[in-house]
Write a protein that binds this ligand. Structure first.
Ligand code: 13P
Length: 248
């Protein structure tokens, strides 16, 4: 039985004080008994949010990391730095990073492997653009991202520590959600790719989230689909809606 995982990706929102205030305002109403809940603030807020989450089961996530250990990489943040403030999960390969910061599958793969070396669990994002959806190349686009991002990661690690997030780019921040059937179809397809890369047992264990305009009104339907094991929530994770989604 795969435990659901719901993560809030705050993206570039909230100052440190706002982040802390928001966490204090929601943390007692978030039910973590059946769902893994992760909050991913901006780097500068990680430490303060970590303190604010103390005593809860809500886990801390980061939105990015660099794959080198340390040194002359101005502006970058290492896995050890994330670990030092209590980060347990880290988003890698978000479509915004792939698009604006030119992250390739190879970079995403290096980041995921480096995180796993220090036992921080990667949330690896994949997903097609509107153009790719419309010209019917979306299965092959997503398959290539999954294969490239997971390459060389051992099957036991895939089964127990890696999370894949399917986020169709056309559904991100647009209010346009994929239908639950469309989302499930792709999550099932991704599971099949994992099965081809590894085996059926690994595929049956890996957790696959859906992301893209998840909100309280659609969370229940999406989260009840057979192959969707959670949600990666953007805009709605900045408000009380996040509580409603987690308690779906
Ligand atoms: P929205 O929920 O705002 O569409 O964002 C989804 C997302 O990109 C989460 O990583």
């Amino acid at each position: 039985m795969r435990k659901k995982i719901i993560a809030g990706n705050w993206k570039m929102n909230y100052s440190v004080n706002q982040a802390e205030d928001f966490v204090y305002s929601i943390k007692d109403s978030i039910n973590t008994s059946e769902v893994d809940v992760v909050i991913c603030p901006n780097f500068v807020s990680l430490d303060r949010v970590s303190e604010a989450l103390d005593g809860t089961n809500i886990m801390l996530g980061a939105q990015n990391v660099y794959f080198e250990d340390k040194g002359a990489y101005t502006g970058e943040t290492s896995v050890d730095m994330l670990a030092s403030v209590g980060v347990r999960y880290c988003i890698v390969g978000h479509s915004e990073r792939r698009e604006y910061f030119k992250e390739t599958d190879e970079i995403v793969n290096k980041k995921a492997k480096k995180l796993l070396e220090k036992d921080i669990y990667p949330i690896i994002c994949v997903g097609e653009s509107l153009e790719q959806r419309e010209n019917n190349t979306y299965f092959e686009v997503v398959e290539k991202e999954v294969r490239g991002s997971l390459e060389g990661i051992e099957k036991d690690i895939i089964a127990s520590k890696v999370v894949i997030a399917y986020e169709p780019i056309w559904a991100i921040g647009t209010g346009k959600t994929a239908t639950a059937e469309q989302a499930n179809e792709m999550c099932k397809y991704i599971r099949n790719v994992v099965s081809k890369m590894y085996d059926e047992d690994t595929a049956s264990k890996v957790r696959i989230q859906y992301g893209g305009s998840v909100k309280p009104s659609n969370a229940n339907e999406i989260l009840n689909m057979s192959d969707i094991d959670g949600a990666l929530v953007g805009g709605a994770s900045l408000t009380n809606d996040f509580t409603a989604i987690v308690n779906y």
